[in-house]
Ligand binder design. Sequence first.
Ligand SMILES: C[S@@+](CC[C@H](N)C(=O)[O-])C[C@H]1O[C@@H](n2cnc3c(N)ncnc32)[C@H](O)[C@@H]1O
Length: 250
Amino acid sequence: MSPISIVGAGPGALDLMTIRARQRLETAEVLVWTDSLIPQQIANVVKDNCEKIKTSSLTLEEILLILIKKHKEGKKIVRLHDGDPCLYGAISEQICKLNDEGIEVEIIPGVSAYQATAAKLGVELTIPDITQTIILSRAEGRTGKPKEENLHRLASIQSSLCLYLSARHVEEVQSILINYYPEDTPVAIAHRITWPDEWIKVITLKEMAQTSKEKKLTRTTLYIISPTLKIGNNRSKLYNPSHSHLFRPC
Ligand SMILES: C[S@@+](CC[C@H](N)C(=O)[O-])C[C@H]1O[C@@H](n2cnc3c(N)ncnc32)[C@H](O)[C@@H]1O
């Protein structure tokens, strides 16, 4: 029997899906998809006779019942998540239970929202002498976070900080970050990046909450707080003539 394919849809644009993801969708007999986070155009890639099941109003138990039942029927199943499934996809609880049932699972990676946002801005998030670190995290919200990962601690590094699932908590987020990053640090706000109605703007940290409120952003919004968003002239060692390495010895 085929394994259940947990597929990353990418950020929303059809042509930002991997070839492998598209192939799994095109051959799926059952599509179980996160409809609140994925545009319809991605779900439309499946065949006309593929059964489509939306999960936005379902519990984990209800989703698992469907996956297990359809798998027993011998169907090719795609469980579709937005972006890359390893980030905030709640796939771990699904994989554990499916494995308990003796069902194999494969994961097809996808382009995450932070990558699509950086690409749209035409920037690198790891610039020598500015930061070599990217943190992917979120505001605590109702889910909570391990206390060692609180925003104070993450912000104190002053790296490129990508915040998922944080728009509803933006005032609190800004009030914490401003203690660690200069208030004129650039912040990219990306709403539905690569969707037909995408909206993206780079503002300063002190404007982060106000801009989000004015735009009424609550969902499908990613923030990148990073000193690298200021365009500079910082060059890498890798391509510097004074720096030798295996492929370019002195
Ligand atoms: C449940 S998480 C899943 C993240 C996803 N697995 C990824 O790798 O992008 C949903 C959050 O991801 C971010 N997100 C996902 N797609 C996005 C998009 N197209 N534009 C902006 N933010 C997005 C938002 O912060 C949203 O609230």
